[in-house]
Design a protein around this ligand. Sequence first.
Ligand code: KIV
Ligand code: ZN
Length: 516
Amino acid sequence: MRKIYIFDTTLRDGEQSPGVNLNTQEKVEIALQLEKLGVDRIEAGFPAASPGDLAAVNAVARAVKNATIVGLARSREPDIDAVKEALIGAQDPCIHLFLATSPIHRKHKLRMEKEQVLENAERAIRYAKQYFDKIEFSPEDAGRTELEFLCEVTEMAINAGATVVNIPDTVGYMTPQEFGNIFKTLKEKVPGIERIQLSAHCHDDLGMATANALAAILNGADQIEGTINGIGERAGNTALEEVALTLETRAEFFQAKTSLHLSEIARTSRLVSKLTGMVVPGNKAIVGANAFAHESGIHQDGMLKEKSTYEIMSPDTIGLKESKLVLGKHSGRHAFREKLIDLGYEQLTEDQVNAAFGKFKDIADRKKTVTDEDLRALLEEKMIDTPEVFALQQLIVSFDTHTTPTAKVKLKTVKGLVEHKAEGNGSVDAIYQAIDALTGETVELDDYSIKSVTDGTDALGEVHVVLKQGDNSAQGRGVSTDILEASARAYVDALNRLIDKRNAPARNRRDNVTLI
Ligand code: KIV
Ligand code: ZN
């Protein structure tokens, strides 16, 4: 079977999703999970975008040992120098250079003729070659580039020293047949094509990103680029879990496989969703909550008789095993620890286990059984250590259908305990008004979403908020059996992150650099 390399761009193209803004710690946490998942290459960011991005790429480069770390650069020297600096400490560094090649981009964005595009790209690749053995070159908007010119660009890139040529369908315009044909043509026509790897990078504007990536594989692509949960610019990128499970499930058809440890997929998907705040839709292929749920009686009957009637892959494959050990309020520390190991949290320190056990006991008092999903939500509520300028101590909310809701909030601050009572046009609004009054911060609630972690009226609620303050924004999460408490926790978490960003502007600033 042919090996298909997996190039993960969750931390770069994925982070370009509107509203997503990962800090360095979050990027490192995702990168380490991607390493566990077994991706071959991790695109950690765009170092020229800001000192914060450069530092985050560097932190990833130093933390990850078993994957190639890639930094993105426009075809210009300062960008290349930024990637060089960002990848210091990487075991296996690679630069990803790009320059648009389509007639639309040449005319309106670059204002360059074909020859100038060729010259600029070649100059950039040769400059980068002084510092990097591994160079990926992307003719941006390749999908809408004249095929003959794309062959010329690819040949130039090979001769200048690129080791991978990536074909992006930047605007998600291609159909599988057309996209596959690009790879077939490049393979047939470009001299020296056997010396490099060909890669596919698709966007999902017409819902064809996975189909196009698979068409590329059928026509000779060696590498697929994409993101976890398919997040990314606009409608997103190819969802890597979809490609991996298609190759696994239809191996006889594709005769190709990835080196991914598929049982890490569910965990990786959850982590990315949690840290980006992008909720995975229930019907999302592979990682949606309903992907393995059978609702209709006919299907359930078939499943009971023989799973293969309606199940083409097993939830175990992606690491969705249901544990036999059910925890409740009488469960002790030993059972709790066993459960943590079972769920894959064996690396927690003694202090973290103790803190988690305290949270578990608290929840077990309020809920009959504590499920695996409850535990994951609790354990992952706050793994990133942002300094706690404010901590929620108490919340009293009063609501009836005929009067204005009020909330009394008590916060722990550096100056001690403070409390305030406020009114609002709803209970959440009242809570947020009280918190604003206590913290003195002027913020805008940019996004608020809530989901239940499990079924049932006693389920844990998980709230995600995004707060804006001037040019700064930060997200926060809160988990509780009570959605008002979860709302308050999420808001306080986001405020702490916002303050942390404000206190370290250079580390967190993202300059207004466009991808041109
Ligand atoms: O979609 C795109 O064209 C890109 C390039 C930077 C490869 O993300
Ligand atoms: Zn892209």
